[in-house]
Ligand binder design. Structure first.
Ligand code: SAH
Length: 365
């Protein structure tokens, strides 16, 4: 007797996180409330509690009849993420949270307080499939996509924490675990939930949201057409294909020129300056000739008015032989870029001592 080859076997279906209010558009929420045997307007009341008052506690929802509260909360505000632990750094200004999903998947978010803003750095996937060799998350591979609500909940949790001290989240960066544009529809829906006004969403400004990508060219074009005002960050890390093929392996599919052209299309469509991320790695990508190449590339292909370079001193990951560039090399890189007319800043690296800095978000569990 012959058996079917394994390749025809249906893949084991990963279970999905439970449905949550934040996964749904306002119209879908009303339909969901009706399915739960509730008047549709209860969906708006519930959304006001979640997005406006940051609460999912039925006891606090005194404008809802007690019987409706239980049904609505059970059906639309399930617990999605539970805290495994928090860690603080920078004198309490930086706070990293390790979360566990319904299926045990681990993700991290980081809250960073600055004098003029508070930024939440969120994960879009558990793990990441992009395999960049200098990034801790890239070493473990992809576990799964996060749902829209799992992404939003990281920000809501940060907002709840800040409310106790009278603060609020002003900025969100998709620079935690995962490649946001590889989880496209959920990430775009999360951006809408974060930026739609209360009670439809959290009411953040689109301009204070940054979506960071390795450079998935078709998805960049798609994002440009969404009519959003979010900032696109492109993780370039090398101006030449030969080196970028090794630092950002998806470059073997989407080359430097294509990625920069997509960034240009994004900038033209949205009117937003694109942020070019470049982790400075000692003796790997920090040579003066690469600074000149990068300046030339951005000047000619993107346009200096559409580009801002964000240099990130590499945060060495455990077991890697790579290190950050020495200060003099960094300074020279900055001056060469600026001399070519490209606006350039060096990012401060928060949370180094709690492994909460860029690229170090990898759960040790
Ligand atoms: N996948 C997305 C977003 C997540 S990482 C992206 O690649 O853009 C956010 C930024 O941190 C990216 O620019 C990434 O390249 C950078 N990064 C990753 N590991 C790093 C490390 N060890 N040191 C400095 N920056 C790092």
């Amino acid at each position: 007797m012959t058996s079917l080859p394994l390749v025809f076997d249906a893949p084991a279906r990963a279970r999905k996180p439970p449905r949550h209010l934040a996964d749904l558009s306002p119209a879908e929420r009303r339909a969901a409330a009706a399915e739960l045997g509730q008047p549709a307007y209860r969906a708006t009341q519930l959304a006001t509690h979640y997005f406006g008052r940051l609460t999912d506690d039925p006891a606090a929802m005194t404008d809802l009849p007690a019987a409706s509260r239980e049904a609505l909360v059970a059906g639309l505000l399930p617990d999605l993420l539970s805290v495994v632990r928090h860690a603080e750094a920078d004198g309490g200004a930086t706070r990293k949270t390790l979360w566990r999903g319904f299926d045990g998947a681990l993700v991290e978010s980081v809250l960073m307080r600055y004098p003029d803003r508070v930024t939440m750095c969120v994960s879009s996937q558990a793990g990441c499939g992009m395999a960049c060799p200098f990034c801790a998350t890239g070493q473990g591979g992809l576990t799964r996509n996060l749902s829209t609500a799992e992404i939003v909940e990281q920000v809501v949790a940060g907002a709840r924490h800040l409310r106790a001290e009278g603060g609020r989240v002003s900025n969100v960066v998709f620079m935690g675990m995962g490649e946001p544009l590889a989880n496209y529809s959920r990430v775009v829906a999360a951006v809408r939930r974060l930026t739609d006004p209360v009670p439809d969403g959290l009411g953040l400004s689109q301009r204070s949201v940054v979506v960071s990508t390795v450079g998935l060219v078709p998805a960049i074009h798609k994002l440009a057409a969404e009519g959003l005002q979010v900032t696109l960050a492109v993780s370039l890390h090398a101006p030449d294909d030969e080196l970028r093929d090794t630092l950002v392996p998806i470059n073997t599919r989407y080359k430097v020129a294509e990625v920069v052209d997509a960034a240009r299309a994004y900038a033209r469509t949205t009117g937003r300056r694109v942020s070019i991320e470049y982790a400075l790695i000692r003796d790997v990508n920090d040579q003066p000739f690469r600074a000149r190449l990068l300046g030339e590339l951005l000047r000619t292909r993107l346009g200096t008015s559409r580009a801002h370079v964000n240099l990130i001193p590499l945060n060495p990951t455990p077991g890697s032989e790579w290190d950050a560039s020495p200060r003099p090399a960094q300074d020279e890189f900055v001056s060469i870029l600026r001399a070519s007319g490209v606006s350039t800043t060096v990012r401060d690296t928060r949370g180094r001592d709690i492994a909460g800095a860029c690229g170090q978000l990898a759960a040790k569990e």
